[in-house]
Ligand binder design. Structure first.
Ligand code: NDP
Length: 440
């Protein structure tokens, strides 16, 4: 996590886990060589994605699918379309996904995929052509019929319902299989209710558990949120439901501060602004008391709880110091690894309670596992049922992390207990399965 370059992201993610595992490896040395193998992906697929734009010009992007670990079950992990995507980003995300899926209590392995394609500014037809070309190769490496590979991509940065829909259509066309296996979001063709919301809602349910143990309730707490995508807006929505005062949202261009707090009407406006790829500044036309800050991050805004929900390494040492000065007491990661290790060190020293992404944002994958059950039986649970199951799941993940930490002498009052506990609990399940399978 100390590395600013994307090249070292996997190393940073592994370092953090190794740090957490010190007490485990000294008690259970049989897992040392398992860890050596676990940090290497089982399989990496890199492929060319040629496509033609609306002017007839040819382009080529690079596609990835990293199948990291299948010891616990079928590979599962999202697809990301963003210019920053490279092999290092894919590997780190797939490694994190492996531990996250392990924590979710469902039998799922870890994977990640994507492309350095940028969907921003592309026409609908260009997106269709790119997705079809991407699937032209990916379909060979996913699906339940290709033992031993059973791989189910979901959404991530730059991949939402639209992209998943086009990918699914092409997969179905190429394979004649109708499996609802892409984590798609049009409810009429497969996925669970609340699937799009599950990650963001789950983050807030997890925060609720953390706060309950601090004898606090979300109601009335000031929260800062970064990002304005699928995770961030659903975090915002659930915060509003629980009566929290969510005051910021941000994107790659800047952040927006509404000191009065967002409500459902304001959130609808924000979603509309983002759907049309407009600036968050436009919000101030309707709410002139709100302020927009170009090229800035929201971490110096006074708050009780912070939710970084944009991207990896978005919150560094200086940002963490700013959060401390702003009175923040709890940080819950909505994105994957948004806080650098230096930021986490600041939280530790300042006794800020820190909830890591691999636990806090595991709600999406947990619901996806349950979705496989619904699809198999061709039933669909109501949104209320799914919401309840998601709450139970996040509570379970929180408690499992605390128990794992406690089993190895890390007490609940340690501000890093949730990080170490999540890493230990996630690791032990995968490591045990690998040992039992001959460590392959
Ligand atoms: P989206 O593409 O929907 O949204 C990402 C948001 O982050 C956008 O608002 C984007 O800004 C902003 N952003 C991206 N890069 C930067 C940057 N360098 N600085 C500031 N803002 C930035 O992605 P998701 O909401 O799906 O994913 C967000 C995070 O959550 C990722 O880390 C992802 O891996 C993680 N995650 C997502 C899950 C899901 O179900 N979607 C599941 C688990 C984790 P702009 O709008 O300007 O592009």
């Amino acid at each position: 996590r100390q590395c600013s370059s994307e090249t070292y992201l996997l190393h940073a993610a592994v370092q953090e886990v190794v740090h957490s595992l010190q007490p485990v490896l000294s008690k259970m040395p049989q897992f040392v060589h398992v860890l050596d193998r676990m940090v290497e992906p089982e399989r990496v697929i890199i492929f060319r994605v040629p496509w033609v734009d609306d002017k007839g010009e040819a382009h080529v992007n690079r596609g990835f699918r990293v199948q990291f670990n299948q010891a616990l079950g079928p590979y599962k992990g999202g697809l990301r379309f963003h210019p920053s995507v490279n092999l290092s980003v894919m590997k780190f995300l797939a490694f994190e996904q492996t531990l996250k899926n392990s924590l979710s209590s469902l039998s799922l392995g870890g994977a990640k995929g994507g492309s350095d394609f940028d969907p921003k500014g592309k026409s609908e037809n260009e997106i269709v052509r790119f997705c079809q070309s991407f699937m032209e190769e990916l379909y060979r490496h996913i699906g339940p019929n290709q033992a031993p590979i059973f791989d189910t991509p979901l959404g991530d940065i730059g991949v939402g319902p639209r992209e998943i829909g086009y990918l699914f259509g092409q997969y179905r066309r190429l394979t004649s299989q109708y499996e609802g296996m892409l984590g798609a979001k049009g409810v009429q063709w497969g996925p669970s209710n609340l699937r799009p919301e599950a990650t963001g809602y789950g983050v807030v349910f997890y925060a609720k558990e953390v706060l309950a143990d601090l004898y606090k309730d979300l109601k009335g707490l000031r929260c800062v949120v970064s990002g304005a995508g699928k995770v961030a807006t659903c975090v915002l929505e659930k915060l509003i439901t629980f009566g929290a005062i969510a005051v910021t949202i941000s994107d790659s261009r800047g952040y927006l501060l509404d000191d009065e707090g967002f409500d459902y009407g304001k959130l609808a406006l924000l979603r509309n602004i983002k759907i049309h790829n407009k600036s968050l500044r436009d919000y101030t036309k309707s709410y002139p008391r709100a302020k927009y800050f170009n090229d800035s991050k929201p971490w110096s805004v006074k708050c009780d709880v912070a939710f970084p929900c944009a991207t990896q390494n978005e919150l560094n040492h200086a940002d963490a110091m700013a959060l401390v000065n702003a009175g923040c007491q709890v940080v819950i990661e909505g994105a994957n690894m948004p806080c650098t290790s230096e930021a986490i060190e600041v939280f530790r020293q300042s006794k800020i309670v820190f909830g890591p992404g691999k636990a806090a944002n595991a709600g999406g994958v947990a619901i996806q596992g349950l979705e496989m059950l619904q699809n198999t039986h061709r039933v669909q649970w109501t949104p209320e049922d799914v919401d309840n199951k998601l709450q139970e799941t996040m509570k379970d993940i929180y408690q499992k992390s605390l128990k794992a930490a406690n089993d190895f002498g890390i007490v609940k009052s340690n501000p890093e207990a949730l990080v170490h506990g999540a890493n230990i609990a996630g690791f032990l399940q995968v490591a045990q399965a690998m040992l039992e399978q001959g460590c392959v």
